[in-house]
Design a protein around this ligand. Structure first.
Ligand SMILES: O=[N+]([O-])c1ccc(O[C@@H]2O[C@@H](CO)[C@H](O)[C@H]2O)cc1
Length: 784
C-alpha cells in the first residue's frame, strides 16, 4: 500500500495531475527546510512561505487552496465537515463499493444527552480514523470544521441539533472529550485530524423575523459573554484545538472575523492560543459580510485587510484571494500579515504529516477496512441508546411483547430514512428505521404514516391510520420535527406540536390501548398535551439517532436496553417564543425576557434540563462531605488563573444505589446553587457530571464529582471571574437525590481579570448582501 501511494504521488506529479501530498523525497522541495523532519513545524512552514511569491501567498488565503505547482505543492481543500461522521459537503463518496459509505453517528444534541464524555472520545476517534482512510483515497481533507459549540440558547434555533445542548459547562466538558478523539494526544508525532471550534462567537440565530445571521449584531454583556457564550471556546483552547472559525454575526458592533478584540486579545493573548500551528478560518464568505451587509469596512479591499489583520487566517470562499491584490495595491495590509497566516496553515499541515513520507505514519496506512467496522457500527448504536431520554412512563415500558403481540407503529418518523441523520451527514452504513427494527421482531406489525410532518396541515390523517390502529394491541407514535422545520438558514416559528399531529395523537389515545409517543428532532416541542394526557402511557425523546436509531428506539421500548439519557436542553412551554425575541441575547430575566436556560428561566419548564427517567429508581448519598468552612485566601493560593478548570476544590464521592430491579446506567449530575456574590442568583448551574454504567438492581456504584474553583466562581458585570464568600449547596440530580452545604469565607477574589473591549466598537449599520460566492467575485482563483 505504501509503495502504491508513493508511485501514485510520483506518477500524478509527472503527469501534471494533482498529487495527494507534496513529495519531499523526490520533489522540488526535497532539500528545503520544509522537508526536514528534524525542524519544528513552524520552522518548516516559514521556510516554505519564504519561497512563495506574493500572488502565490494571496491565492493560499482561500479555502480552496490551489497549491503552487512549480514547488510541487498540490491543491488543498480546507473546507471539510465531520459533525457526526465524515460529512457529504466536501467528502467524495463513491457510488458503490469501497468508500461509498461511512459511520453516521447520532446528532450531537442526542450524544450530548448521554452525558458520557468517554463515549464522545470514542465516537470522535472513529470519525478521525474514517476521515484518514477517506483522505488516503483522496476523498476528503485532513482538517474538519467541527464541532459547533455555540450554546443552544433559544429553542427556535435551526442549528441547535448540531450542538450538545444549552449548558456551557456541559459543552466545555463534551468538547474536550471530542477534540481528544479527533486530534489525538497533543504529544503524538502526528495529529489524527485538525478540529475547528465554531462559530466564534455569539452565533445562534439563523433568520428570525428578518434578522439574518449575516448581518446580525449580537448585543452581549461582558458578563453573559464570559459566563455563557465563551466557556466552550475557552475549553477548546485548553484542549489545544487546531483551529477556530469566526462567525457571520457581529458581537457588540464588530463582525467577529474582523474583530481583533475577539481573535487577538481574547483568543490568542488572554487565553494563550499562541501555537503557530493554530489558525482561524472565516465562516463561509463571512469576510465578504464584513463589507456587506455589516458595513464594518467601507470597501471590499478594506474588508479583506481588516479580517486578515484581525487574525482570520483562511477565508472560506474566495473573497480574500480576489480582493487582497487590491488591498496590497492600496497599502491596506503588509506582507508579514499574510506570512503569519500562511505559516499557521502550513505548520498545521506539517503536524498532520502532509509533507512527510507515508511510511512512518500509521494514519497514512489506513484504508477502507478501517471504515464502518463492526465496532464502529456498535458504537453508533450505543451512542443512540445512551442518549435517548425517557420523559414519562406509567409502567407500560418496557413493553412486554411476545409472538402474539400486534404492534401499531405510526407517525412520519416511524419509517424514517435520512431524517434519522439530521444535517451535516455523510452516507451512512445503513439506515434502520423504527419500522424496520419492529419488523425484525417475531410479532405482528401494523404501520401507517399519518400526517406528513410538522408542516402538514392535513386534518384527515386519522382516517388513514384508523384501520391499522384498530388492529393493533399497542400503539407507538413516532413523530415530531425534522430538517424541514429546523435547518441552517431558518429558525422555528413554533415550538408546539402541530395541530394535525396532536389531532392524530389525541384520536389514538381515545382507543384506550397502551400508547407510547416518541418525540423526534433536535429542538424540543412543548409536549405538555402528551405528558398531561392520562391515556398516553409513555413519552420519549429520540433526537436524531443516526444510522441505527430505529433499533436503538425499539430496543429501549422493548427493554433490551434501559434508558438513561438526560435532556440537554430545557423544554419550554409553547408560549415562551412570544415572551422573548430571539435577538435578545440576555440570559437573565428582564422586562421582556423570562430568562434563558434552566439557570435563569423564571417560569415552569415542561421538562427541566437534565430530566430523564429510568426503568428503575435510584437513590444517592454523599458518604463524606467536604469540610464546612473554607477560606478563600487558602483555596486560591495554588491556583493558576489560565486554567481555572484545573484548580481543584473537592472531589466528591457520590454513592448511587439502584433501588429497583432493572439493571441501568445512571447519569450523576452535580448542580451548584446558593447565595454567593451579587443577586440575582442563578437557580442552579451544572458543575460536574459522570455517567455510571450497568448498575444492577440492589447494587451501588460510586461517581466522582470533581469541583474546581472555576466552577465555584461567578462572573461579574465586567466579565471578571470572581470567587465570592457565601453559602454554597451542591445537589445531586434534579430533585435532588442528595445535597451538601458549605461556606466560603474571607475577601472575594478575582480569579481571572477579563480584558475590557476597546471603546470604539460601534457598528456602521447594515445594508445589502452580495450573496454566497458571488459570480464575478466568487468561484475561481486569481490568475498567477
Ligand atoms: O454556499 N454554501 O454552499 C454554504 C453552505 C453552508 C454554509 O454554512 C456555513 O458553513 C459551515 C462551515 O463549516 C458553517 O458551519 C456554516 O455556518 C455556508 C455556505
Amino acid at each position: 500500500m505504501t509503495t502504491s501511494y508513493r508511485l501514485l504521488g510520483a506518477l500524478s506529479f509527472a503527469l501534471g495531475v494533482s498529487a495527494l501530498f507534496p513529495d519531499c523525497v523526490n520533489g522540488p522541495l526535497k532539500n528545503e527546510t520544509i522537508c526536514d523532519t528534524s525542524a519544528s513545524p513552524a520552522e518548516r512552514a516559514r521556510s516554505l512561505v519564504k519561497l512563495y511569491t506574493l500572488p502565490e501567498k494571496i491565492n493560499a488565503t482561500g479555502s480552496d487552496s490551489p497549491g503552487v505547482p512549480r514547488l510541487g505543492i498540490p491543491p488543498y481543500e480546507w473546507w471539510n465537515e465531520g459533525l457526526h461522521g465524515i460529512a457529504g459537503m466536501y467528502t467524495n463518496f463513491s457510488d458503490q463499493g469501497d468508500y461509498s459509505y461511512s459511520t453516521s453517528f447520532p446528532q450531537p444534541i442526542l450524544m450530548g444527552a448521554a452525558f458520557d464524555d468517554a463515549l464522545i472520545t470514542e465516537v470522535a476517534t472513529v470519525i478521525s480514523t474514517e476521515a484518514r482512510a477517506f483522505n488516503n483515497a483522496n476523498r476528503t481533507g485532513l482538517d474538519f470544521w467541527t464541532p459547533n459549540i455555540n450554546p443552544y440558547r433559544d429553542p427556535r434555533w435551526g442549528r441547535g441539533q448540531e450542538t450538545p445542548g444549552e449548558d456551557p459547562y456541559h459543552l466545555s466538558s463534551y468538547v474536550q472529550a471530542l477534540i481528544k478523539g479527533l486530534q489525538g494526544d497533543s504529544t503524538d508525532p502526528f495529529k489524527r485530524v485538525v478540529a475547528t471550534c465554531k462559530h466564534f462567537a455569539g452565533y445562534d440565530m439563523e433568520n428570525w423575523n428578518g434578522n439574518e445571521r449575516y448581518q446580525f449584531d449580537a448585543q452581549i454583556s461582558q458578563q453573559d459573554l464570559v459566563e455563557y457564550y465563551l466557556p466552550p471556546f475557552k475549553s477548546c483552547v485548553d484542549a489545544n484545538v487546531g483551529a477556530f472559525m469566526c462567525s457571520y454575526n457581529a458581537v457588540n458592533g464588530v463582525p467577529t472575523c474582523a474583530d481583533p478584540y475577539l481573535l487577538q486579545t481574547i483568543l490568542r493573548e488572554h487565553w494563550g492560543w499562541t501555537n503557530e500551528e493554530q489558525w482561524v478560518t472565516s465562516d463561509c464568505d463571512a469576510v465578504q459580510n464584513v463589507y456587506l451587509p455589516h458595513q464594518w469596512s467601507s470597501t471590499r479591499e478594506q474588508a479583506v485587510a481588516d479580517s486578515l489583520i484581525a487574525g482570520t487566517d483562511i477565508n472560506c470562499g474566495t473573497y480574500m484571494p480576489i480582493h487582497l491584490p487590491g488591498a496590497f495595491a492600496q497599502n491596506l495590509v503588509n506582507e508579514s500579515v499574510i506570512d503569519t497566516a500562511l505559516i499557521r496553515q502550513y505548520s498545521s499541515l506539517v503536524r498532520l504529516g502532509w509533507f512527510d513520507p507515508p511510511e512512518n505514519q500509521p494514519y497514512r496506512q489506513l484504508g477502507f477496512d478501517a471504515v464502518a467496522t463492526n465496532a464502529s457500527r456498535q458504537l453508533a448504536y450505543k451512542a443512540a441508546v445512551e442518549g435517548i431520554v425517557l420523559l414519562k412512563n406509567d409502567g407500560i415500558l418496557p413493553l412486554a411483547l411476545d409472538s402474539s403481540s400486534s404492534l401499531g407503529i405510526f407517525g412520519d418518523w416511524a419509517n424514517a430514512t435520512d431524517d434519522l441523520l439530521g444535517n451535516y451527514a455523510g452516507i451512512p452504513t445503513y439506515l434502520h428505521s423504527p419500522l424496520w427494527a419492529a419488523q425484525q421482531l417475531n410479532l405482528t406489525v401494523h404501520y401507517a404514516q399519518g400526517p406528513g410532518g410538522q408542516t402538514d396541515p392535513t386534518t384527515e390523517s386519522w382516517l388513514s391510520i384508523q384501520p391499522a390502529a384498530d388492529a393493533s394491541d399497542i400503539i407507538i407514535y413516532i413523530a415530531g420535527i425534522n430538517n424541514d422545520v429546523e435547518f441552517e438558514g431558518d429558525d422555528r416559528v413554533t415550538i408546539a406540536w402541530s395541530g394535525a399531529q396532536l389531532d392524530v395523537i389525541g384520536q389514538l389515545a381515545t382507543l384506550g390501548k397502551p400508547m407510547v409517543v416518541v418525540s423526534m428532532g433536535g429542538g424540543q416541542l412543548d409536549s405538555s398535551p402528551i405528558a398531561n394526557n392520562p391515556n398516553i402511557s409513555a413519552l420519549l425523546w429520540g433526537g436524531y439517532p443516526g444510522q441505527d436509531g430505529g433499533v436503538a428506539i425499539l430496543d429501549i421500548l422493548t427493554g433490551k436496553a434501559a434508558p438513561a439519557g438526560r435532556l440537554p436542553t430545557t423544554q419550554y412551554p409553547a408560549k415562551y417564543i412570544n415572551q422573548v425575541p430571539m435577538t435578545d441575547m440576555a440570559l437573565r430575566p428582564g422586562p421582556n425576557n423570562p430568562g434563558r436556560t434552566y439557570r435563569w428561566y423564571n417560569d415552569t419548564a415542561v421538562f427541566e434540563f437534565g430530566t430523564g427517567l429510568h426503568y428503575t429508581n435510584f437513590s444517592a448519598s454523599i458518604p463524606s462531605a467536604p469540610q464546612q468552612n473554607h477560606s478563600i485566601s487558602d483555596l486560591t493560593k495554588p491556583c493558576n488563573s489560565t486554567r481555572l478548570d484545573l484548580c481543584a476544590f473537592a472531589s466528591l464521592a457520590i454513592n448511587v444505589t439502584n433501588t429497583g430491579a432493572v439493571t441501568s446506567d445512571y447519569v450523576t449530575l452535580g448542580f451548584l446553587s446558593g447565595t454567593h456574590g451579587p443577586a440575582p442568583y442563578p437557580k442552579k448551574r451544572l458543575v460536574s457530571y459522570q455517567r455510571l454504567f450497568s448498575i444492577e438492581g440492589g447494587a451501588s456504584k460510586t461517581a466522582t464529582l470533581n469541583l474546581t474553583l472555576g466552577s465555584l466562581a461567578r462572573v461579574d458585570e465586567k466579565g471578571n471571574t470572581v470567587l465570592y464568600p457565601g453559602e454554597y449547596r451542591l445537589e445531586v440530580d434534579n430533585g435532588p437525590l442528595a445535597s451538601v452545604d458549605f461556606t466560603l469565607t474571607g475577601e472575594q477574589k478575582v480569579l481571572d481579570e477579563w480584558p475590557q473591549p476597546p471603546a470604539n466598537r460601534t457598528g456602521k449599520g447594515v445594508s445589502g448582501f452580495e450573496g454566497y460566492f458571488v459570480p464575478g467575485y466568487g468561484s475561481g482563483q486569481v490568475v498567477l
